[in-house]
Design a protein around this ligand. Structure first.
Ligand SMILES: Cc1ncc(COP(=O)(O)O)c(C=O)c1O
Length: 449
């Protein structure tokens, strides 16, 4: 079967995520036959370098042999057992290891990132109920935040393209300004910008803390809203303010956990520990869906009671799936055995040097870098830039999916220097082609979400 066959069948049978399906009349879906390392291969044998780690999940590339082997070994032992009333070795070991790494504990599992957000919001809300402070039921999130697409998560997400349609379903929350360093006025550095945003947050907390359960943030990097990076001092201030105003701090590290920002967890760069930590995406290296929420002992104790209803009666059928936990344990082994954080630091230095020609371009604004993420905004009049750039890169054999006019690289950690160099050259060629209007504008009408 060729690409053509699969894309037709997919177009008729599958409703693809985050997509206006009619777009695919003009922009073909890419059927992938196999993948290895950073490369995806379609049914006609064309290869694409996965420059966004398949929506940020494939930490060590596709088909990593140690993760595959861990799943195979687990498959012969136990594929799954319900976690209510039962337990198993991988879930216990994973919970212990995540606890040692995070300084939190009592791991509660879900499947996708959004389910972790829901769990953290519900736990925080329920904690205050159990403590007799039932007025604390609102959440603060940041401008340009993204925490997932389910109804609770969407209420704390500030991307109107995704949330506006469902506004009537969403419980209104409070919004504080983003510490995004790009928003700093001339002469103001990233740190001062973060401190100014923290002062605005303090105004919100000072006024409403009696009714606020938690503040939820994406530590250091607001990903889905355009790879906005900010100074760690914001998190240090946030921790101080949450303590001062008796409000929980939820760190949504679904996108940034597992080394993406340079430290194992992003919040560690601010020397703080949150009250809740949400993890997903890279947790299984992109092999199986798994998410997890860790919290402080004091939160757990507030649920520990003779009264059943004071317990956290939330569940998902696949909670703590044994295969997914085995994959996650293999991911943690790879971090330890391969000294991944240090290896990434070295790689990032050489990748930074490769980025110089991009950085110097006249149409590139706010070039930024954090850990294993590089991003920049493109000064282009084309409203359909994202889709045009995406198509142009696909043609060249690279998967990069800009967010609006922000282009970013979030490659699997295993990417080699020559592969990164190839991707950067291709991006430069695509920018040149688009600047010269090399792609008919009619092909793609609007921004790619
Ligand atoms: C910070 C953050 N939180 C939550 C989510 C939602 O995760 P999922 O798509 O697995 O539901 C995402 C997804 O991009 C994310 O980046």
């Amino acid at each position: 079967m060729s690409n053509q066959d699969w894309l037709h069948r997919s177009f008729s049978a599958v409703w693809h995520p985050c997509t206006q399906m009619k777009r695919h009349e003009a922009l073909p879906i890419v059927p992938i036959a196999s993948a290895d390392g950073v490369w995806l291969t379609d049914f006609d044998g064309k290869r694409y370098l996965d420059g966004v780690s398949s929506w940020w999940v494939s930490l060590f590339g596709h088909g990593h042999p140690r993760i595959k082997q861990a799943i195979r070994t687990q498959l012969d032992q136990l594929e799954h057992v319900m976690l209510a009333g039962f337990t198993h070795q991988p879930v216990v070991e994973l919970s212990e290891r995540l606890s040692r790494l995070s300084g939190l504990g009592h791991a509660f599992y879900g499947s996708d990132g959004a389910s972790a957000t829901e769990i953290a919001l519900k736990m925080s809300f329920h904690y205050w109920q159990n403590r007799g402070q039932s007025d604390k039921r609102r959440f603060v999130s940041l401008a340009n935040s993204y925490h997932g697409e389910t109804v609770g998560a969407l209420a704390v997400t500030d991307v109107p393209l995704f949330s506006a349609t469902y506004a009537e379903l969403l419980k209104p929350g409070l919004r504080a300004p983003s510490p995004d360093a790009r928003l700093a006025p001339p002469g103001v550095d990233a740190r001062e910008q973060a401190l100014a945003a923290a002062r605005s947050l303090e105004n919100v907390l000072a006024k409403h803390h009696a009714e606020i359960a938690a503040v939820i943030v994406e530590p250091l990097l607001q990903g889905a809203a355009g790879m906005a990076m900010y100074d760690p001092v914001y998190l240090t201030e946030l921790r101080r303010l949450c303590d001062r105003y008796q409000v929980h701090l939820i760190a949504d590290e679904i996108a940034v956990g597992f080394g993406r920002t340079g430290s194992f967890f992003a919040y560690q760069q601010a020397g703080i520990v949150p009250d809740f930590l949400c993890l997903s995406k890279g947790i299984t290296g992109g092999f199986l869906p798994l998410s997890c929420v860790l919290t402080r002992d004091e939160v757990y104790q507030a649920f520990y009671h003779n009264d059943v209803a004071r317990g956290f009666l939330h569940s998902h059928s696949y909670t703590g799936n044994a295969l997914a936990c085995a994959a996650a344990l293999a991911v943690l082994d790879i971090f330890e055995e391969d000294n991944v954080l240090e290896a990434n630091r070295q790689k990032a230095l050489s990748f930074d040097a490769l980025m110089q020609p991009l950085r110097r371009r006249e149409d590139v604004r706010h070039f930024r870098h954090l850990g294993m993420v590089w991003a920049f905004d493109v000064d282009t009049p084309r409203p359909e830039f994202a889709l045009a750039f995406f198509s142009s890169m696909l043609k060249r054999g690279y998967l990069l999916r800009p967010i609006g006019k922000t282009v970013y690289f979030m490659p699997p950690y295993v990417i080699r220097e020559d592969e990164m160099a190839g991707m950067i050259h291709a991006a430069i060629d695509a920018l040149d082609e688009l600047a010269a209007d090399g792609i008919p504008a009619g092909e793609c009408e609007a921004a790619l979400p």
